[in-house]
Design a protein around this ligand. Structure first.
Ligand SMILES: Nc1ncnc2c1ncn2[C@@H]1O[C@H](COP(=O)(O)OP(=O)(O)OP(=O)(O)O)[C@@H](O)[C@H]1O
Length: 273
């Protein structure tokens, strides 16, 4: 699905962003692409979607070179940007013009998701709030049923109920032949939906693992004192004690705390999985 090998990219020659980056992903996953500000997440999504061209190395997505932007490639990939740009059209008119560009577009699904997001067909897209525009684009992206869906900060601007709807429609919509890459800081928003975590730091992938193997091997716990916890690999003080990541699960898997895990990785904690 995505095969990026020895990828190099810079905006400015003096400060290379990616040098020999490998990023390979196959279908059937929802990937959380995490990293601090400026780590290169949006740039990586732009390279994958062909909005930018790598300086060296090769990128193959769904069998196409993205930068060539061939119609068959574009009809099976969708990138949701953090700041959507929408024309002054009603939702109904927009769908008439743009839905036919996607070969697997499901108009019934679109109508259902619009209802979930409380958006009506007569609404003028350019007059919607940022959050409403974001919801429209997410609905459109999911309904396009593309093999590859790239979501850059999808929950930015969404209110709390809409974030829940986003998770529900995403999980209900994505099928095994699809790959979804979600780039975000708002890790709590996607904690329950992703099945793989990739962490980008200073243009390098510093962590990549399935959520299943993480929860099989690590325990995410809250303890009142650190002395009562065994094999703690990372901890953070919280009200009433410490949030910890420990090796071993005592037979019971705990829910992953991605924020804690991200902080552990960011603080260079060695995690052997
Ligand atoms: N158009 C541009 N021109 C020059 N430099 C850029 C441009 N876009 C991004 N950069 C630089 O490239 C680096 C990576 O930016 P990018 O937007 O990919 O990071 P990010 O991980 O998505 O960040 P954030 O989480 O803040 O959105 C940053 O240092 C940024 O300043």
């Amino acid at each position: 699905m995505i095969f990026a090998k020895n990828l190099s990219y810079h905006y400015n020659r003096k400060t290379p962003l990616f040098q020999n980056l490998d990023f390979e992903q196959t279908e059937g996953s929802i990937i959380g692409l995490l990293g601090k500000n400026g780590a290169g997440k949006s740039t990586l999504l732009k390279l994958i979607s062909g909005l930018l061209k790598s300086k060296t190395g090769s990128v193959l997505v769904n069998g196409f070179k993205p930068y060539q932007r061939r119609p068959d490639f574009l009809s099976d990939i969708f990138l949701v940007n953090d700041e959507p740009f929408l024309p002054p059209l009603t939702i109904t008119s927009y769908l008439k013009v743009y839905a036919p560009l996607y070969k697997n577009f499901d108009i019934e699904k679109m109508h259902k998701i619009l209802i979930e997001f409380d958006l009506q067909g007569h609404c003028n897209l350019s007059k919607l709030s940022h959050g409403q525009q974001k919801k429209f684009v997410i609905a459109f992206a999911l309904s396009a049923n593309c093999k590859l869906l790239l979501l850059d900060e999808p929950t930015n601007g969404l209110d709390i109920p809409s974030k829940s709807v986003f998770r529900k429609v995403l999980v209900n919509s994505v099928e095994d032949h699809q790959l979804v890459v979600i780039s975000t800081h708002q890790v709590k928003d996607i904690e329950s939906v992703i099945d793989k975590i990739v962490v980008l730091e200073d243009g390098e992938i510093v962590f990549k693992n399935d959520v299943c193997s993480i929860t099989e091997k690590l325990k995410f716990n809250k303890v009142s004192t650190l002395s009562e916890a065994s094999e703690v690999i990372y901890s953070e003080k919280c009200a009433g004690g410490f949030n910890t990541i420990q090796y071993g699960t005592d037979g019971d898997e705990t829910e992953i705390d991605i924020e804690l895990l991200f902080n552990a990785i960011y603080n260079k904690t060695t995690i052997n999985l």
